[in-house]
Design a protein around this ligand. Sequence first.
Ligand SMILES: O=c1[nH]cnc2c1ncn2[C@@H]1O[C@H](CO)[C@@H](O)[C@H]1O
Ligand SMILES: [Zn+2]
Length: 371
Amino acid sequence: MPNREQILRAPKVLLHDHLDGGLRPATIVELAAEQGYDRLPATDPGKLAVWFREAADSGSLPRYLETFAHTCAVMQRRDALVRVAAECVEDLAADGVVYAEIRYAPEQHLEDGLTLEEVVEAVNEGFREGERRAAAAGHRIRTAALLTAMRHAARAFEIAELANRYRDRGVAGFDIAGAEAGFPPTRHLDAFEYLKRENNHFTIHAGEAFGLPSIWQALQWCGADRLGHGVRIIDDIEVGDDGAVRLGRLAAYVRDKRIPLEMCPTSNLQTGAATSYGEHPIGLLRRLRFRVTVNTDNRLMSDTSMSREFEHLVRTFQYSLDDLQWFTVNAMKSAFIPFDERLAMINEVIKPGYAALRSEWLFPSVSENPA
Ligand SMILES: O=c1[nH]cnc2c1ncn2[C@@H]1O[C@H](CO)[C@@H](O)[C@H]1O
Ligand SMILES: [Zn+2]
């Protein structure tokens, strides 16, 4: 089993990470002070970090989502967006992430007068700055934005157009997020149909706080390329007492068509979508060879990172470096950047990275961690 330090150095790919769910606590405190935002639940970064984790640990998605009011509050100005985006990339790179798609909802950053375009450009600038700083610190990382529309709102078409306008300028695709129950994906069918006509890519948060009908709509009505979470697909899988597995039609479709599942184990424990790491559907889905990927969702609210998600899985399911490589290659195959770039990432970055880790035992006296 890989140890913590090897997991940190293993190349990792992250497809599902919210920009407004990953701020550094100290940055929130500083931005709030600069901007005169006085509603933070704590002004000590350590206490604020604990507050986010505990408040998000609510067992309900709507209550989990309330915590974003404080992060979005300090992300209304250009310089704040640039800073948060740059720090996000630095943090991911320091954690060994080599490719990340980071999402956010531009419509949530307009309160101080920025336009949708200004929001996208500020975040893009921050991502590029973060990539440069990471490289200077010895970490190579490539990042792209996904533009999210909020499912309770009515701006999905406009945000889809925005994503399309910036598709060769830092934006790799589109997403919808927010409370799931009561807001089915078909509410935004016009946006998805538009993106399909434009040959663009999108993922949909589905099967997290609501079950199979949400997944079915996301795939069969909306045509999602990937599923955000998708954990409830487990409801369409039967495991008999003898261990025999039977897939329903929808689960079989998801597996047969290699639909990527953006799974976020820790986030699911907080929102009540799963009860423990051991019981999390990711174990069975990986065994059945669904196209499972591992993600952070919200690093701040879940007090997590890609390495920590991997560590939990390694501890729970005894995963090896081969398993971690499998998740990572799955994620890279499922990314929204062009095929030749994904392939080169797999062959030139990911596989050699894991091969180097796997061969360390051959050189015990030079290995950084001989145990
Ligand atoms: O797990 C999730 N499920 C649904 N919506 C989410 C989740 N995490 C974050 N957001 C929502 O996405 C917005 C844009 O990033 C966040 O502001 C939050 O409201
Ligand atoms: Zn999410």
